[in-house]
Design a binder for this molecule. Structure first.
Ligand SMILES: Cc1cc2nc3c(=O)[nH]c(=O)nc-3n(C[C@H](O)[C@H](O)[C@H](O)COP(=O)(O)OP(=O)(O)OC[C@H]3O[C@@H](n4cnc5c(N)ncnc54)[C@H](O)[C@@H]3O)c2cc1C
Ligand code: FES
Length: 298
């Protein structure tokens, strides 16, 4: 008797959660010496037509034979024909990705995770505080806010990096600096400023606390109507939350993106969880109050 044949049901491949879709690198933008933005488009027009995502969601980006890495989708969902990610070269996959060229094909799974509550932000004064490669997860939200600028109150952005060479999205930041309806503050760590540097010198939490209360007061705004969004190295976000607290912006008014190491991104592998919370399913966006209520050991 012959062994029972193994059948692959029609469509089974498409239903496999781990099979990536093919995307072509349409454009590479070199942000800094170790950070690149990739503009991506689906190879299959049917995938392109059906693809949607929400502001703040992430994906798994893969190089065949190398592996997968998790990045936020850093573009606005309203941009048509392509989506973007921005990554820093830190390890195996990101080093391989940094060698890719325009026209090359990579894999993409997603979108995954929760998203920012844009409607809940209407009428609020918005403070964005990001450090280094922590800016891409917030950049998509800044663009969404600017697309409907009149629906929000004050907009203050504090973006910092170790040196001026490590600041990502320099062109956009120059553009935002010229706008009268945004307060754009760029800062570098002490010692990271070149001659003729026109930004601040100081760590993000310090600059935030020195500048933002004064800006809000000048516009007749109080801390009670503010919402803050932060992403960056854990030590930075810890001090940002403390600084915001001293300004009267409590942990339930602070929204942060967690970047816990992930593998499956679909709630199966248990790599990302903090206590009972699966960051890939329930996050990566949480209020600081939610994060503070999570167990400290992971
Ligand atoms: C939801 C989410 C969104 C993210 N968004 C971005 C983004 O937009 N841009 C970006 O550049 N990165 C982002 N990251 C981090 C990114 O996933 C890792 O830097 C990436 O997976 C590294 O892959 P690699 O193979 O190059 O590094 P590996 O070879 O796997 O590791 C290199 C080094 O980085 C460390 N590392 C890897 N992942 C993490 C992590 N998540 N947290 C802390 N240390 C880590 C490793 O421990 C090791 O020391 C995000 C992570 C998550 C979970
Ligand atoms: S990444 Fe596998 S469970 Fe979250």
């Amino acid at each position: 008797m012959s062994a029972p044949a193994l059948h692959t049901a029609p469509g089974a491949e498409a239903a496999n959660l781990y099979v990536p879709k093919l995307v072509r690198i349409r454009k590479i933008i070199r942000e800094t010496h170790d950070v690149n933005t990739l503009q991506l488009e689906f190879v299959d027009p049917a995938h392109a037509a059906s693809f949607t995502y929400k502001t703040g969601q992430f994906g798994e980006f893969s190089i065949f034979g190398v592996g997968e890495a998790t990045f936020n989708i850093s573009s606005s969902p309203n941009w048509e024909g392509f989506f973007e990610c921005c990554f820093r070269k830190v390890g195996v996959v990101t080093t391989a990705l940094a060698k890719m060229k325009e026209g090359d094909i990579i894999g993409f799974r997603g979108p995954y995770g929760n998203s920012y509550d844009l409607e809940g932000m209407h009428g609020k004064d918005l403070i964005f505080a990001a450090g280094g490669i922590g800016f891409p997860p917030i950049r998509c939200l800044v663009h969404r806010v600017l697309e409907e600028r009149d629906k929000f109150g004050a907009v203050v952005i504090v973006h910092g990096a170790r040196t001026h060479r490590d600041l990502v999205y320099q062109r956009e930041m120059d553009e935002w600096t010229r706008r009268r309806d945004i307060h754009m503050i760029k800062t570098v760590d002490p010692g990271g400023d070149p001659e003729n540097w026109d930004g601040e010198v100081g760590f993000v939490p310090t600059v935030l606390e020195e500048r933002v209360p004064w800006i809000l007061e000048r516009e007749g705004k109080g801390a009670s109507n503010a919402l803050a969004f932060t992403c960056g190295p854990p030590v930075m976000t810890k001090f940002v939350i403390a600084a915001l607290g001293r300004m009267g912006v409590g942990p339930d008014q602070v929204v942060m993106t967690l970047e816990n190491k992930m593998k499956c991104a679909v709630g199966k592998c248990g790599r990302c969880n903090i206590g009972n919370t699966y960051v890939c399913l329930e996050g990566p966006i949480f209020t600081a109050a939610q994060v503070q209520a999570m167990p400290a050991d992971q």
